[in-house]
Design a protein around this ligand. Structure first.
Ligand code: HEM
Length: 300
């Protein structure tokens, strides 16, 4: 029932032309149906760009479509299509979907696993909290880019969490030609699976590989390792293009959590079964005890 009405809405939206588009209506459809349809989002964006062009720039100063601000990814695609890149709405949608699928679950899984490990290691959590206190000096303000660049210890925590719990536990490559690895010839047509989960646990590269040790990512230790010893974002020409963004997202989210809450994990690592799906996830979720830090200081 819901699916057929959703399909109808999507078809209806797809037929409309940009010039006649009622942006607020489309936005309302998105809100009322509780889902963000890419065609709706694309048409709504096109409508807003048109409105922007038809309105004087002084009125619209500061609008997020304005060129003065950084352009959103969707704006770039729409603009490329307007500039003759011959991108259809369908192709724009595919690009947006790729980013949403590749960029959403991966980062949320990484945040989930990092919270779990922080909740198991109060010493690491305290150290990360102290670093944040040093940067934010007790203020409640949102992090700026400068702050995020200064967050070094939490960055090591995030990297070590991705080593032990890579969001993407493995990926595959189809061989287009024969290759030789370690004296074995692997013929073209074979599919090779790279097991990131095991790869990141190589004891030659990480002595005591099961230990959660953020100092594994101290610059001097990183310098001693093979550049491909740690590959949560894959490596080579088809590696993750969102890795820097993912790190910033994680720092933003985790720094907020740590500044405001104290975390305690209720399950041990050995009790949490990892489902090695496209994105790794805990079979039965993660149980965290979360205590507001403000309450704690008020108590004292
Ligand atoms: C912790 C977060 C993330 C992890 C662990 C991760 C991991 C990966 C891995 C392992 C690959 C290679 C997959 C393969 O070759 O089959 C990949 C590819 C990709 N990732 Fe990420 N990713 C993360 C976040 C993001 C974000 C935030 C974005 C976008 C905003 C993104 C966009 C992409 C794209 C577009 C590709 C395909 C690149 C290509 O094929 O050339 N990822 N990612």
């Amino acid at each position: 029932m819901a699916t057929s009405s959703n399909t109808k809405i999507m078809r209806a939206v797809g037929k409309r032309q940009t010039r006649n588009m009622n942006g607020p209506l489309l936005f309302a459809i998105t809100v009322l149906t509780g889902r963000i349809y890419s065609p709706v989002v694309i048409q709504e964006r096109k409508w807003r760009r048109l409105q922007y062009k038809e309105t004087s720039h002084t009125e619209q100063e500061g609008d997020d479509i304005g060129k003065k601000k950084r352009m959103a990814f969707l704006d770039m695609l729409v603009e490329a299509a307007e500039d003759g890149a011959k991108l259809t709405d369908e192709e724009i949608r595919e690009e947006v979907d790729t980013f949403m699928f590749a960029g959403h679950d991966t980062t949320s899984a990484a945040i989930c696993w990092t919270l779990f490990l922080l909740g198991l290691h109060p010493d690491v959590q305290d150290k990360a909290y102290e670093e944040l206190e040093g940067i934010f000096e007790g203020s409640d303000r949102a992090p700026r880019m400068k702050d995020l660049n200064e967050i070094k210890y939490l960055e090591r925590v995030i990297k070590e969490s991705l080593r032990l719990y890579p969001s993407v536990p493995s990926f595959s490559r189809l061989l287009m030609e024969d290759i030789e690895i370690g004296g074995y010839t692997i013929p073209a047509g074979c599919s090779i699976r790279v097991n990131i989960y095991m790869h990141n646990r190589n004891p030659d590269q990480f002595p005591n590989p099961e230990k959660f040790d953020p100092d594994n990512f101290l610059p001097e230790r990183v310098a001693k390792r093979h550049p491909y010893a740690y590959i949560p974002f894959s490596a080579g020409p088809r590696n993750c293009i969102g890795q820097k963004f993912a790190l910033l997202e994680e720092k933003t989210m985790l720094s907020y959590m740590l500044r405001h809450y104290r975390l305690r994990s209720l399950d041990k690592r050995e009790d949490v079964n990892i489902l090695m799906e496209i994105v790794s996830r805990p079979e039965n979720g993660i149980r965290l005890n979360i205590t507001p830090r403000i309450k704690e200081s008020k108590k004292i």
